[in-house]
Ligand binder design. Structure first.
Ligand SMILES: [Fe+2]
Length: 367
């Protein structure tokens, strides 16, 4: 049999997907987190992996799906939150723009699965299935072995349970709650994700009517998290829009690093924070480093982080900013406070051992 006669679409998919294979899984497993630091990896969208010196591995919003893959009927589902928000009916061309950098089925150990909210790009049935099927355990605050918990607001827990995650594995959280795990404390805070407020339970003709209904249940739908670690306090704002209440969170807590969902909103849409909002959020939270996320993932919301840099340079002296932005890459590692002065990330470039082994070239003049 020749290569071309054996090759199938399935064999191609299996040999190329997920794009990064287990590269990042291995990197995370092998990372030795130094005392007084916290290591983080960006998994794409708002997906984040945290690893502490005490061996606590947490994920927030790990998601393994994609967006549009066909033009279909060209229509958006009636009652989709974006259709609710702006009255558009044409399909949103949101194709996934980043590779899959982690293999959820190759994850060997995690201590808790967290979600900020239940939108499809923030939770993963694949990952949940693997955590359940592999019978992964952790230890609680008293050192007792327990199954790995799933932590999120009410709506996220409902989705996990719908997928088959046992209810007793889920912890429903609301702003004000705190959970201790190994050397980490999770503080649950208010979300400002107004897109979540116009998300209904069902789509289609029987969708819920929202006109004239005052939204009251953000706390059931979405939360923000402050992850207190030996390396500092990390604020994950989920898909929060800008809110003046970031200033209250900034007064109530010491925030070292803040993640904000940034994006280039299409005309007629207000879903992601703009460059200006990201700076305002950082200033209000009184963080030391602000990191834009989420702008990577959807083709129709991709944004240029240099816009944040230009605005930052314009405003930092006059407004006496005490923070700076850090521009990351999906699949990259950021260690706090070790990397606190870095302004931008580049993947490892390799060839560190150049000229340490004999070369094999005709003449040195080739070089
Ligand atoms: Fe999102």
């Amino acid at each position: 049999m020749s290569k071309v006669s054996e090759m199938t679409r399935e064999s191609w998919i299996m040999s190329t997907f997920p794009e990064w294979g287990t590269w990042l899984n291995e990197e995370i497993e092998n990372e030795e987190v130094k005392p007084g630091t916290v290591a983080m990896w960006w998994l794409g969208c708002t997906g984040m992996w945290f690893k502490t010196p005490g061996g606590c591995n947490l994920t927030i919003d790990l998601w393994c799906g994609n967006g549009k893959r066909t033009h279909g009927n060209g229509k958006m589902a009636v009652g989709h939150q974006m259709a609710n928000m702006c009255g558009a009916r044409a399909m949103q061309p949101n194709l996934r723009a980043v590779p899959f950098v982690i293999d959820p089925f190759a994850i060997k150990q995690v201590d808790a699965v967290l979600a900020t909210h239940y939108h499809q790009d923030h939770m993963s049935a694949e990952y949940a299935a693997h955590v359940i099927q592999s019978k992964m355990t952790t230890v609680d605050d008293n050192g007792k072995e327990i199954p790995v918990p799933f932590i999120g607001p009410k709506k996220s827990v409902e989705l996990w349970v719908k997928w088959g995650v046992p209810e007793e594995r889920c912890i429903t959280v609301r702003p004000g709650d705190t959970i201790k795990m190994k050397d980490v404390e999770i503080v649950v805070l208010d979300s400002f994700d107004r897109t979540c407020l116009v998300t209904t339970d069902s789509t289609g003709p029987d969708r819920e009517e929202l006109t004239g209904i005052c939204p009251t249940d953000m706390d059931d739908k979405a939360v923000n998290y402050l992850i207190k670690t030996p390396g500092g306090n990390i604020y994950h704002s989920g898909d929060s829009h800008y809110s003046i209440y970031f200033a209250k969170h900034g007064k109530d807590y010491d925030v070292d690093v803040a993640f904000g969902s940034y994006g280039e909103n299409p005309v007629g849409m207000a879903d992601k924070m703009t460059s200006c909002d990201i700076l305002r959020m950082a200033e209000a939270l009184r963080c030391k480093v602000v990191i834009p996320i989420h702008y990577d993932v959807w083709t129709n919301f991709m944004a240029d982080v240099n816009e944040i840099r230009v605005l930052y340079d314009m405003k930092k002296d006059r407004l006496d900013y005490k923070f700076h932005p850090f521009f990351w890459e999906v699949g990259g590692k950021y260690v706090y406070p070790t990397d606190k002065d870095k302004k931008a990330y580049h993947h490892r470039r390799g060839f560190e051992d150049c000229f340490e082994a004999p070369q094999n070239i005709p003449f040195r003049s080739c070089l």
